[in-house]
Ligand binder design. Sequence first.
Ligand code: GRG
Length: 293
Amino acid sequence: MKLPSFFEADRALIDAALGQLLPPEDARPSTIHAAMRYSVFAGGKRIRPILCLESARIFTEKLDVAIHAACALEFIHTYSLIHDDLPALDNDDLRRGKPTNHKVFGEAMAILAGDGLLTLAFEALANAPADAGSRVRAIAEVAAAAGTVNGMVGGQVADVEAGGKPVSAEMLEYIHRSKTAALIRGAIVAGAILGGASDEDTGRLSRFGEAIGLAFQVVDDILDIEESSLALGKTAQKDLAQQKATYPALYGLEKSRVIAADLEAKAMRELDYFCERASRLRQLSEYLIARRS
Ligand code: GRG
């Protein structure tokens, strides 16, 4: 299943901005810039930046206020994938259908490319063409989403520590909310803030983001079992091999599908308030749950 066609325009906007914000490949020292560009342009779906732009679009037609944040989210997401694929973590050879960063550039450069992308994300956010108050709030949201307390790094720590052990439902939800949903929620909230949303509307979109972000990871767990490496662009059935804490492992496939559908419905209810203004976010949510890669 492909993204609805009107998201192609978002993707083109995002790809152009990513290209401009990343240092050119020949900027000294060129190896790291080649490594950063390699993974950013390896063929990701751009889910987080598109969510960020579409969240901003509910409140403004001037999408350039959110484009730096959209790129920052993709930089952070790409850094997390590069580091996650390293031998010390998931030890993977394939990502986005291509050899992983460390397979091409070596482990030292892959670590540094991730560091470079994380740092560049906050430089881009700090330079967003939005008012200073919104910028600072967006920076705080994205930093927390990527961080250790209920954020991506914290979730990854819990995921590593849970490997090979039985996990409780509460721990599994904590891992998925932190590891994956936090950054997705952060993308949506940053877009809302930069678009000029009220606190109440930002709250609604935050709850939407939390539910759709968790549903996204439950679907990712299901796809790891059901799809091939070719379709996923990464090694399939890795979760089982590594005895990862996943929804299908705890609940089985059928119940996991029901959980994902319930979370999607919960997320959609938060969008009701915005009526037609949220129609693109609704379509994007449907895609996120129905996707096969
Ligand atoms: C923070 C040091 C550090 C490590 C990485 C979260 C994480 C921590 C690593 C990412 C690996 C992983 C399983 C993340 C879960 C989120 C997820 C489903 C990623 C894939 O996202 P997609 O489908 O990927 O949006 P593309 O390639 O399309 O961008």
